[in-house]
Design a protein around this ligand. Structure first.
Ligand code: BES
Ligand code: MN
Ligand code: ZN
Length: 490
């Protein structure tokens, strides 16, 4: 899809389709159209009870004139400025509708509201909506395939914002593409290969530690988790370094379990299904780094991914095992299915070694987080008020929902006490998302501000919604990028 700006007004442009964004009760906006079109669209809207509700779309085919169809995308109501995500989703619905109607050139009219933020959201929404994971389909579905949009003109848009939205969408779609790949295609080594290729293309540094190197370094957490699989683990370190003086250093860390069978504490079939998605945190980190390479901030950004496959092979780690981790702490294994934290323990400690001021980790860490918050809100945990607050501020712009869960309960912390080692890898069912975060905290270097995002559940969508399709969402990437941008302008 080509996205560009246009100065042409609605009555000066001819093409396949035009989309207008309508807040609830904002039908006056239709008066921008030529009178004949406005009258017809208004009539259809009233007949079909379109009032501008959030996530609603009305498609009206025009019989005469230079424009084929008019789409009205509802923005909803409420006090104050409309949340940006409504624009993103409205644009996404219009793009999908155009696909169904086989309209390939569209103009988007946002009128007075075309601020840089809105423009970026529109470009982002359009490109996210276009995403589909179809590479393994060898046969065209019997239903008629939608036609991809060739050109989107955004009225009154500034080129820089279109560019920003496009870059962010591309990063998210990259994360979705990687996360959607099955476990037989993306092994830990294959994930590392993807990181190397991406780094090469985008001019980032990339170092991959293989199992031999990790053994020398004493990374027994990630090695233990990977030991039940024929596909050995990898630790990926991507780095962006600005030219000239760097104004700081931040690091992202991702859980990259390429498949989580549970290991010897094997998951029942229903729960094992979808566990190809257990590498999403790592995919997100790669995607963030890709976008960082495109935006070139004036501080260093590092990305670390711990890749391993959790399988119950003969070499598998066992319940009762005691593991000496990279930072010297010992872990007693209560449950081999609590593998993500064991991997991340080593990766967080390793990332701490490069002395970043901030570490943000993303992990599909616990089913308990999905139970607590549902499948549309991610868990956030941290050791620094200001960091949590700034991240949530970023999330208000991106529409990705994060909710903080408390880590200050020392009674709960006792659940991960071990009789024979420093810490136990599982604290049982209750407060499971929190005890997992408390486990991770043990491996973050002294003095580092740390934010942990539990993206279990939000990593995939089992419905079509807005710009999402069934499958990987890339949830988290956008907010990390927004957060980085807020930090850049500080
Ligand atoms: N990868 C899972 C968590 C998960 C569950 C992600 C559902 C996405 C959807 C994780 O490794 C896991 O198995 N966690 C266990 C921890 C338990 C054994 C303490 C869980 O949540 O049941
Ligand atoms: Mn698990
Ligand atoms: Zn897992």
């Amino acid at each position: 899809m080509r996205i560009a700006t246009t100065g042409l007004g609605p009555s000066e442009w001819g093409g396949d389709a035009m989309v207008l964004f309508v807040p609830e009760g904002g039908m006056d906006l239709l008066d921008q159209l030529v009178p004949e079109a406005a009258a017809l669209v208004k009539m259809k809207a009233s007949r079909l009870k379109f009032t501008g509700k959030e996530d609603s779309i009305l498609a009206v085919e025009l019989e005469r004139g230079p424009v084929g169809s008019v789409y009205l995308a509802g923005l909803g109501g409420g006090d104050g400025p409309l949340p940006l995500d409504r624009w993103r989703r409205g644009m996404a619905l219009a793009v999908r509708q155009a696909g169904k109607d086989r309209r390939v050139k569209m103009m988007a009219l946002s009128g007075e509201a075309a601020t840089p933020e809105v423009v970026a959201a529109l470009a982002e929404g359009a490109l996210l909506a276009e995403y589909a994971f179809e590479k393994y389909k060898t046969q065209v579905e019997p239903v008629e395939k939608p036609e991809p949009l060739e050109e989107l003109l955004v009225h009154g848009a500034d080129a820089a914002s279109l560019e920003k939205g496009s870059l962010r969408a591309a990063a998210q779609n990259y994360a979705r593409d990687l996360a959607n790949e099955p476990g037989n295609v993306i092994s830990p080594a294959a994930l590392a290969g993807k990181a190397l290729a991406m780094a090469e293309e985008w001019g980032l540094d990339c170092e991959v530690l293989d199992e031999t190197r990790m053994r020398e370094m004493g990374m027994n957490g990630i090695l233990s988790v990977g030991s039940g699989s024929h596909n050995p683990p990898r630790l990926v370190h991507l780095a962006y370094r600005p030219e000239g003086v760097s104004k700081g250093r931040v690091a992202f860390v991702g859980k990259g379990i390429t498949f989580d069978s549970g290991g010897l504490n094997i998951k029942p079939g229903d729960y094992m299904r979808s566990m190809k998605g257990d590498k999403t945190g790592a995919c997100n980190v790669l995607a963030v780094m890709r976008a960082v390479a495109g935006t070139r901030p004036d501080f260093e950004v590092h990305g670390f991914a711990g890749a391993a496959e959790n399988m119950p092979g003969g070499g598998a780690y066992r319940p009762d095992d005691v593991i000496r981790m990279f930072n010297g702490k010992t872990v007693e294994v209560d449950n081999t299915d609590a593998e993500g934290r064991v991997v991340l323990g080593d990766v967080l400690a390793y990332a701490s070694g490069s002395k970043p001021s901030v570490i943000i980790d993303m992990a599909t860490l616990t089913g308990a987080c999905v139970v607590a918050l549902g499948p549309y809100t991610a868990g956030a945990f941290g050791n620094d008020r200001e960091l949590v607050a700034s991240f949530r501020e970023a999330s208000a712009k991106t529409g990705e929902r994060f909710w903080e869960l408390p880590m200050d309960d020392d009674r709960l912390k006792k659940k991960i006490r071990s009789e024979i080692a420093d810490v136990l890898n599982s604290g049982g069912r209750y407060g499971g998302a929190i005890t997992a975060a408390m486990f991770l905290r043990e491996f973050v270097g002294e003095g580092i501000k740390w934010l942990h995002l539990d993206i279990a559940g939000v990593d995939t969508s089992d419905e079509e919604y807005g710009y999402y399709r069934k499958g990987a969402t890339g949830f988290g990437v956008r907010t990390c990028l927004e957060w980085l941008e807020m930090r850049m302008s500080r």
